[in-house]
Design a protein around this ligand. Structure first.
Ligand code: FES
Length: 139
């Protein structure tokens, strides 16, 4: 099993991810750009993906955090109706069958959900940022 390249990042409380409920949205930095990701729970397993359809690179929720189809069985893209299998992010219906969402690794522990950065996805707020605040001395 590959080791995560960076420390796990706190995402939300486990209770925030209700079975087949609204997703928790969060930002990640992909190749220097801040983009949106989402986490949700299906069959008691928390999963997370980039909020980007595999058909056309568009955000998929029909309202913020609303990703389920009418039967709450599949993640649906609101643009052209692609259906994704929640555990794997695999498109099983619509215009991009066989394509996959970009998965983000999660871990649940002690009632909290954490996500793992990777080479591709980095935390949006990096405490080791090299932005330095100028010192303003008022004398
Ligand atoms: S953009 Fe998602 S199905 Fe076309």
């Amino acid at each position: 099993m590959p080791e995560p390249s960076l420390e796990a990042q706190p995402l939300c409380a486990s209770a925030d991810l209700v079975e087949r409920g609204d997703a928790v949205l969060f930002d990640v930095v992909e190749f220097g750009r801040t983009v949106q990701a989402f986490a949700l729970r299906f069959d008691d397993v928390a999963v997370a993906y980039l909020n980007r359809c595999a058909h056309v690179p568009a955000e998929m929720d029909w309202q913020p955090g609303k990703f389920w189809d009418m039967d709450q069985r599949f993640i649906i893209c609101s643009v052209h109706g692609a259906l994704y299998d929640p555990p794997q992010g695999l498109c099983v219906g619509g215009p991009c069958v066989g394509a996959r969402l970009q998965a983000i690794q999660l871990r649940e522990e002690g009632g909290h959900v954490y996500w793992y950065p990777s080479e591709r996805f980095q935390p949006a707020s990096n405490p080791s940022s090299d932005l330095t605040e100028p010192a303003h001395e008022h004398r």
